[in-house]
Write a protein that binds this ligand. Structure first.
Ligand SMILES: Cc1cc2nc3c(=O)[nH]c(=O)nc-3n(C[C@H](O)[C@H](O)[C@H](O)COP(=O)(O)OP(=O)(O)OC[C@H]3O[C@@H](n4cnc5c(N)ncnc54)[C@H](O)[C@@H]3O)c2cc1C
Length: 431
């Protein structure tokens, strides 16, 4: 049986379920000829399409999405974003690289904010900052390095004690933290739905249309979908870890599933447990750590767990997320989860994305390593320029780096399991 070329999930996306229902655009049901075909309607793919249209409004552009908008990873994430690059493992030696990446990200992040404002996209975009939190001594040591880089790069921040964090989030779990003022929080399903709806009307968007194969055809490319064949001069693979399913970048990235849960609305008497900040988000100091958010007035979100290439059983995801939640808020043990879901993200060995031209007329961008709202937008925008022979591609790879080689299977899976069990032990209470 041929390998499925797109992701499928056992649970619906909670962020999408919290919004009013949306009618998807119809799938492709005929053959089509276009100048530019884009595989995947996440942040990367929609940025490619919009940028192509901005530069060449006459171009025939079509985007193909295997699922529906609001059910892909662009909606399944935790909704932390911003232009400021400050990696969890940042040290002073890497401060200059982070500064150059931030400068590159800023123009595209401003472009994204303008699209949101100009189109009235209601995605709860708020610049409330984020907390990096450490629950262990090792986590605190690594966060103190982050503080040094924040100082060196002029990133606005405040150090937080256990009491400061407890006051803000209602949990005494964290011993040290740093508040980074420039982070934005948003409703990711609302954003990706808004971006899709705000695409210029000349751009074709076909939902429930998985691209099943990609072959060279004359001087262009042929894409097969269940409802029709597409011929295109240029193709952009914007389907993240699933780029590999077309035979490309197999040794550059891997797909990791991670999980999130959102509670039911808590009662008025329980509201005090959610802290005094009306909106907050907390990112972990360890790579296997747990992300937390307050959602609206009365819900909490927990994101944690990693699985390599395939989903973990639902009851395992539920039990582990529950454990993370009750350790942080023992006083909310009785509050149930309303939504639990998984999502994919593409990881690369050195943390750098893969971006550029694969062959004549074939381009790709993937491997945002868990920060694809801003990075996917930036890389997609520049990929659109590259497809039209514009921009300076060397600048992107020079500043962002390029995904290094990764071990082939079965060594990759074995390596993942060894590293994740060592790291889980190291993460301890950060998980
Ligand atoms: C639980 C979770 C939390 C996260 N938290 C954050 C966060 O707080 N901030 C942040 O910036 N990032 C976060 N991320 C990562 C972020 O979601 C990704 O980096 C981002 O979605 C990447 O965008 P993309 O457009 O490159 O890929 P995707 O969002 O994966 O979009 C690719 C699209 O391609 C479609 N597709 C795949 N194959 C095919 C095919 N063959 N034919 C047609 N369509 C296809 C998919 O259905 C998908 O919709 C998180 C991810 C997860 C899972």
């Amino acid at each position: 049986m041929p390998k499925q070329t797109f992701p499928s999930y056992s649970n619906l996306c909670g962020w999408n379920a919290m919004l009013p229902p949306r009618t998807p655009r119809p799938p492709l049901q005929k053959d089509l000829v276009v100048d530019h075909a884009i595989v995947g309607a996440g942040y990367t793919g929609l940025a490619v399409a919009r940028r192509l249209h901005e530069i060449d409004p006459q171009a025939r552009i079509a985007v193909f999405e295997a699922s529906t908008i609001g059910e892909g990873s662009s909606a399944r994430n935790s909704g932390f974003t911003g232009a400021e690059v400050l990696p969890r493992t940042a040290t002073l030696a890497s401060a200059d690289k982070a500064r150059r990446q931030s400068a590159l990200m800023r123009a595209s992040f401003d472009w994204l904010k303008d699209i949101i404002v100009d189109n009235g996209i209601e995605c709860d975009l708020q610049q409330v900052g984020s907390i990096r939190g450490a629950a262990t001594e090792a986590g605190e040591a690594s966060l103190r390095n982050v503080v040094e880089v924040a100082k060196a790069n002029g990133i606005r921040h405040t150090e937080l004690s256990r009491a400061d964090i407890a006051e803000r989030i209602g949990s005494e779990y964290y011993r040290f933290g740093v508040h980074l003022d420039d982070t934005y929080l948003l409703q990711p399903a609302a954003l990706i739905r808004g971006l899709a709806d705000a695409l210029p009307k000349d751009i074709g968007l076909y939902e429930n249309t998985p691209v099943e194969s990609l072959t060279r055809s004359g001087s262009g490319w042929e894409l097969r979908t269940p409802g029709g064949v597409v011929r295109a001069r240029n193709v952009a693979l914007a389907n993240n870890g699933f780029i590999r399913r077309f035979g490309y970048l197999k040794l550059r990235m891997t797909t990791i599933f991670t999980y999130a849960a959102v509670t039911r609305a808590v009662s008025e008497t329980d509201l005090a447990h959610l802290g005094q900040s009306p909106a907050w988000g907390l990112l972990p100091s360890h790579r296997l750590g747990t992300t937390l958010r307050r959602i609206g007035r009365d819900r909490l979100m927990v994101r944690s767990l990693y699985a390599h290439e395939s989903e973990v059983p639902n009851d395992e995801a539920f039990t582990k997320l529950r454990d993370r939640f009750t350790r942080r808020w023992p006083g909310l043990k009785h509050v149930e989860f309303e939504y639990v879901w998984g999502g994919t993200t593409a990881f690369t060995m050195n943390g750098a994305p893969w971006w550029g031209r694969l062959e004549d007329g074939l381009f790709a961008s993937g491997g945002c390593n868990g920060s694809g709202i801003a990075k996917g937008t930036m890389l997609g925008r520049h990929l659109g320029e590259l497809m039209l022979g514009k921009g300076d591609p060397a600048k992107i790879t020079d500043v962002m780096g390029t995904a290094s080689l990764i071990a082939p299977e079965p060594f990759r899976s074995i390596g993942f399991h060894i590293v994740s069990s060592i790291e889980s032990r190291k993460a301890g209470l950060e998980s």
